[in-house]
Design a protein around this ligand. Structure first.
Ligand SMILES: *Cc1c(COP(=O)(O)O)cnc(C)c1O
Length: 404
């Protein structure tokens, strides 16, 4: 079965009677049991495995977990893996880290990691006496030299969501496993539809469902998928101890988003590459950073490991056209692009970014690459030709200002 089909049928129980296409939304705190034997059976179930108490899950959350898990693991046996939901994408990063890391442990994070993950590491992990070390996202198998006796977890994020450096995940995973560490991936950009994390050595795959799964800029949610072994050893007890329940309403909405995600993503991929190729023809653009485009330094890895691309990428303005006035001329009067954090919805976004401020192990710009302002683009579901016309007018306004 292909993933587009899994996205449509996942989590749905077929019945031989008339039924609604979408499963009903179930909300519950209390579950009631008809007999003492049923109550005893429920007490023996691990949380998350059946109906015991609303905190651990109800039909609407299980349906989403099942559907996501089917896509995450492809042809593997679903009995060997488990997906759990989190209230936000960020919690899908931070909860496994808290579940796995103890005082004295060493943890490696890519220098291009999602900004809030970096904040969590700096404040909370350091308070818990976890040693956090940042590595060059391009390090590949040489990460072996950074491994210590105490290295328990390596995070990967490919590409990073500001600078879009591609990582050699199989090489990093091989080094991690040789040294006894687990690998967790933030797979929000490609989603499991375009990058199967488990085929490339990842142990824990998380996504911010807020982005492409939700797809409509109206919910915050996350998911974590791991093998049964990793799940029962680290994640399940921690979820239980923390009381980390999620809203069935949001699960229902995310499941509705998932049904159309494969179709939306193929539009996002094509439209992103189309807009990126057009940007490269403009004199006001010093560089387009998009791993699905052949000129990109990460293209070979993208081509080797990925089957499609997210539509979040960046372009760099020339250094003499990077002043605040130039940026404002470009963005202030755009008709279709809005400025906003987050992405993954149906509308296109543009965001001036400052990658150098969030780096400690490497410098930005990377050696040999242009140093102007980095503009992040998210290409939504509008017609890409309309988006190009909007950006063309913005770049014309920018070009009308004298160089600085
Ligand atoms: C948005 C995002 C997150 C966090 O998701 P929230 O639901 O906003 O907490 C994590 N990682 C990446 C790459 C993201 O883009």
């Amino acid at each position: 079965m292909k993933n587009a089909t899994r996205a449509v049928i996942g989590g749905r129980r077929s019945a031989k009677e008339a039924r609604t296409v979408n499963p009903p939304l179930t909300r519950a705190s209390t579950i009631v049991f008809p007999t003492y034997a049923d109550l005893q059976a429920a007490n023996r179930t691990r949380s998350g495995d059946g109906l015991t108490y609303g905190l651990h899950g109800v039909q609407s959350t299980y349906e989403l977990e099942e559907a996501l898990c089917a896509i995450e693991i492809g042809d593997r046996d679903p009995a060997g893996y488990r997906t759990r939901l989190t209230q936000t994408g960020l919690m899908a990063v931070t909860m496994p880290m808290l579940a796995i890391l103890s005082p004295g442990d060493h943890c490696l994070l890519p220098d291009s990691v999602y900004g809030e993950t970096r904040n969590f590491a700096r404040r909370t992990l350091s308070r818990l006496k976890v040693e956090v070390e940042y590595y060059d996202p391009l390090i590949g198998g040489e990460i072996a030299v950074l491994m210590r006796e105490t290295t328990r977890l390596i995070l990967v994020e490919s590409p990073g969501s500001w600078t879009f450096e591609m990582q050699d995940i199989p090489a990093i995973a091989a080094a991690a496993h040789a040294g006894g560490a687990l690998v967790m991936m933030d797979n929000t950009w490609a989603t499991p539809l375009y990058f199967n994390a488990f085929d490339h050595g990842v142990d824990i795959s998380m996504q911010a469902l807020t982005k492409y799964v939700g797809g409509h800029a109206d919910l915050l949610f996350g998911s974590v998928t791991a093998s049964e072994e990793v799940y029962s050893r680290y994640l399940q007890p921690f979820w239980r101890d923390l009381g980390a329940g999620v809203s069935p309403d949001d699960a229902w909405l995310a499941l509705r988003g998932l049904r159309s995600m494969p179709t939306r993503l193929s539009h996002h991929h094509a439209a992103g590459v189309r807009v990126g190729a057009w940007l490269m023809t403009r004199a006001e653009v010093a560089e387009v950073i998009h791993p699905a485009m052949p000129h990109d330094p990460g293209h070979a890895l993208w081509q080797r490991d990925f089957t499609g691309a997210g539509s979040l990428f960046a372009f760099v303005l020339p250094e003499d056209r990077s002043s605040d006035a130039h940026v404002a001329a470009l963005v202030d009067d755009l008709a279709l692009f809005s400025m906003g954090f987050s992405w993954g919805g149906y509308e296109s976004l543009i965001l001036p970014t400052n990658p150098q401020a969030a780096r400690t192990a490497t410098t930005w710009p990377r050696p040999g690459r242009p140093g102007g302002r980095v503009m992040r683009l998210y290409i939504g579901l509008e017609d890409p030709e309309d988006l190009i016309a909007d950006l063309a007018a913005g770049l014309d306004r920018l070009a009308a200002l004298p160089p600085s």
